[in-house]
Write a protein that binds this ligand. Structure first.
Ligand code: FE
Length: 413
């Protein structure tokens, strides 16, 4: 049987911004920070021994890269690389972390087919929720030993996903990884919590007894935790401690029975910090390759190019450039000096040429989405009908003869 993508274990590490700063200041021997460094050591050892290719890291952003202009429940990173975010005091001086874009696209497609409606992001820096624990698990200043798949969970603006939904998403992730046709060892990393509250008069709330109960139930009876409401979590572990529901995604991705190889708990100030490693009692196995049933057959439709995550990744630079025509100043810049604007945008020679020649069909073939082409059309002063005709290889007149009404329109007023 071929060895394919599989989950080799799960890691839990709480996140706080200060853990990352302690790492940067090399405070591993400071009595305050030492227990956290010590708690991470067995995880590092496990990573060294098991050598995962990818850390699928479940975290929440703290209103750094994800804001309320578009807040989503489950956002999967499909980018090629991730930078540390500036959270208000300057970004940490750490190396960018490579994503595993093909795996992200594969799992994203698989999860959507499994009726988990994710959002997808790229070009967003990751805040301490992700980078602070990860930087404790690798050597500072060295190339990261693994790639990352960030799964951002929107837990800060209610309504947020239920604990049950998180657990079910984890189970779907397990199915998706088991059906991904590449030899990859994946470790699931859950960050966040444990008990804490950082706002209001109840600020400073902790509950060590609950933290231990949560960890035990997570291991032995996770279903029981899926029956708790957000208010139940807030009552037991503090309002911000409710982010612990993210650990249920990790638990759902593991098998029914798991073995804890390591566990630590420490409460230095506001947030209870735990670290843990688990492995499945019964190893995770490949179950046959995922087939995209939803789009299977679409390839038979001549002249049709579904805008998949693959096309989106290839056309991203070009689509970003053309999308910027929603800005009046970008339209003006382009009209004034097209060649310079194209060059300044960092487009490849091929991309620049496609735009210069208004090669509408070529642009679609390359990976542009139609809805940025109509923006370009408006800027260069042609109607949508020109674009439609050109894509079909017809003159405007020929194309108009195929319509019931000979009108022209576009997105410009
Ligand atoms: Fe947090």
């Amino acid at each position: 049987m071929p060895t394919m993508a599989r989950i080799i274990g799960a890691i839990a590490t709480s996140h706080t911004p200060t853990i990352g700063f302690a790492r940067d200041r090399k405070l591993s021997n400071d009595p305050v920070w030492r227990p956290i460094f010590e708690g991470c050591k067995p995880i590092r050892q496990w990573l060294d021994d098991r050598k995962p290719d990818v850390l699928l890291t479940i975290y929440n952003d703290h209103i750094t890269s994800f804001f309320f202009d578009h807040y989503s429940a489950f956002a999967l990173g499909v980018g090629e690389t991730y930078l540390p975010a500036d959270e208000g005091g300057g970004a940490r001086n750490i190396l960018p972390l490579a994503g595993h874009a093909p795996l992200a696209r594969g799992l994203g497609t698989s999860l959507m087919a499994d009726e988990f409606d994710l959002s997808f992001f790229r070009d967003k820096p990751l805040d301490h929720g992700c980078f602070s624990p990860l930087s404790m698990l690798a050597d500072a200043g060295q190339a990261w030993p693994w790639k990352i798949l960030p799964l951002q969970v929107g837990v800060l603006q209610f309504p947020i996903p239920t604990a049950r939904r998180c657990y079910r998403l984890g189970q779907a992730l397990r199915r998706a990884i088991a059906a991904y046709p590449e030899d990859l060892k994946v470790a699931i990393v859950a960050t966040g919590g444990l008990s804490h509250q950082v706002h209001g008069e109840r600020c400073g709330f902790n509950n060590t007894a609950w933290d231990h109960e949560f960890m035990d139930r997570l291991e032995a009876d996770p279903e029981s935790l899926t029956r708790l409401t957000h208010a139940d979590y807030a009552e037991r572990g503090g309002m911000e401690g409710s982010e612990i529901i993210m650990w249920l995604i990790m638990r759902g991705a593991m098998g029914e029975k798991i073995n804890r190889l390591h566990g630590s708990y420490y409460l230095p100030s506001m947030t209870a910090i735990a670290t843990a490693v688990w492995e499945d009692a019964v190893p995770h196995e490949h179950v046959g390759n995922f087939v995209d049933v939803q789009l299977a057959g679409a390839e038979r439709l001549e002249g049709t190019y579904p805008y998949t995550l693959e096309r989106s990744a290839k056309g991203h630079r070009l689509n970003r450039f053309l999308h910027d025509f929603v800005l009046p100043e970008q339209r003006e810049r382009f009209r004034t000096d097209e060649a310079a604007t194209l060059a300044a945008a960092g487009l490849t020679a091929e991309e620049q040429d496609l735009v210069k020649r208004r090669d509408w069909r070529g642009l679609i073939h390359y990976g542009a989405i139609f809805f940025v082409l109509e923006k370009l059309a408006a800027v260069v002063g042609v109607s949508n009908l020109h674009v439609y005709a050109a894509m079909r290889g017809q003159s405007l007149e020929e194309f108009q003869q195929t319509r019931n009404a000979a009108i022209q329109y576009g997105v410009s007023r």
